[in-house]
Design a protein around this ligand. Structure first.
Ligand code: AFP
Length: 355
């Protein structure tokens, strides 16, 4: 049926054979894939499954919760609670981390996840996803908040599921980024995209252009040059895509190149960005870097950020190496004032953003 292709379980056993932690990590990723299969089945039912629409509740972000947000969150929490491999978990949908009862097993790991990313797309039947990050749990004691607040470079594994025309599971354990496609007939994830590599160059960018007047000048400069295409310094035309589902936008970028931007903006100066560091920016940056791309705030590498809060937000610029490096260069030019063209009074809000 799948000539020469392997399953997720066999692939992970091969990639993670050796130390006990490694085999437990493989088991945890298989557990996560099981939760993904359950969520895939829920999303596929749509209105027939009663999963559309919103609840009266809001999450810690103050966002109205969709039914599927809560159902997906519950699927992950149940999986982690029964698996005996996780000592604690943190989710976009829960204010504080949740400790898993130690009687349930050894709990070598901490799981941090966005159970349903892009949920505003659910009711209009556009692709959504789940994002996960795995950290090492403390030994011999219950986890505390500081155990979660580790830089993204400490992740043991990270990845996402995309619930699209097909359901795919894309992950890294630090040995490249690999994509698996769900064979619904037998309920197996099959390795269909081994060693994914992001093209270093691109002619496609992803950003919510309605925020243009709120962006910092280096982002305005980059996007203007892309829009000017062959009439400006880029000397070629660009295309724009914006699905408003980070998983779907970044999956496209992994497959054919591009740059995803959700930069900080002055719409709400109190927020450093829209996307969350721990369960969106960090896992997606790890996956992208393992595929040869870069995850940056425009000023610093996302995986190097020392987290301060479990739901903290950061600016996100992720994708093809040469494009992210160009954006980082534009931020340096702007911050050092060398970029006269974009240092005009129109852009003199530089004091708003210290770092
Ligand atoms: P929701 O989960 O609330 O739909 O937000 C999705 C998201 O966090 C990310 O997946 C998108 O890239 C981004 O927000 C879209 O934001 P805009 O709606 O402001 O374009």
């Amino acid at each position: 049926m799948h000539q020469g292709r392997t399953t997720l379980s066999k692939f992970l056993i091969q990639q993670l054979k050796g130390a006990p932690e490694q085999s437990d990590l493989a088991a945890l990723l298989v557990d996560i894939a099981a939760a993904v299969k359950a969520i895939s089945a829920m999303t596929a039912k749509g209105e027939l499954g009663g999963v559309l629409g919103s609840l009266d509740s809001t999450n810690v972000q103050g966002e109205t919760q969709k039914k599927l947000d809560v159902m997906a969150d519950r699927a992950f929490i149940n999986t982690f609670s029964m698996g005996g491999l996780v000592a604690g978990l943190a989710s976009e949908e829960n204010d504080d981390p949740i400790e898993i009862d130690p009687q349930d097993g050894s709990g070598r790991f901490l799981a941090v996840f966005d159970p349903l990313d892009g949920s505003s797309n659910i009711d209009v039947n556009v692709s959504v996803g789940s994002i996960f990050s795995v950290l090492r749990a403390p030994e011999g004691r219950a986890p505390v908040m500081a155990d979660y607040l580790r830089p993204g470079s400490h992740q043991l594994a990270a990845g996402y599921a995309i619930y699209g025309p097909s359901t795919m599971f894309v992950l890294t354990v630090g040995k490249g980024t690999h994509g698996f496609t769900l064979d619904r007939e037998v309920g197996n994830f099959i390795l269909t995209h081994p060693h994914m590599q992001i093209p270093e160059d691109t002619s496609e960018f992803a950003i919510n252009a309605s925020n243009e007047r709120f962006w910092e000048p280096p982002v305005q400069r980059y996007v203007l040059e892309c829009k000017n295409g062959r009439t400006d310094v880029r000397e070629r035309d660009f295309n724009m895509r914006w699905i408003a589902s980070m998983v779907a936008d970044i999956h496209r970028i992994l497959m054919r190149g591009g740059v995803f931007m959700y930069p900080r903006d002055t719409k709400d100066p109190s927020k450093a960005g829209r996307l969350r560091l721990m369960y969106e920016a960090n896992p997606m940056s790890y996956v992208v870097e393992q595929a040869g791309g870069i995850g940056s705030t425009g000023r610093v590498r996302i995986l190097d950020i020392e987290p301060e809060q479990i739901h903290q937000r950061v600016p996100v610029i992720i994708g093809s190496r040469n494009e992210v490096e160009r954006l980082e260069r534009y931020h340096r030019d702007y911050d050092s004032g060398v970029d006269e063209k974009y240092s005009s009074p129109l852009f003199q809000e530089r004091s708003l953003f210290a770092s």
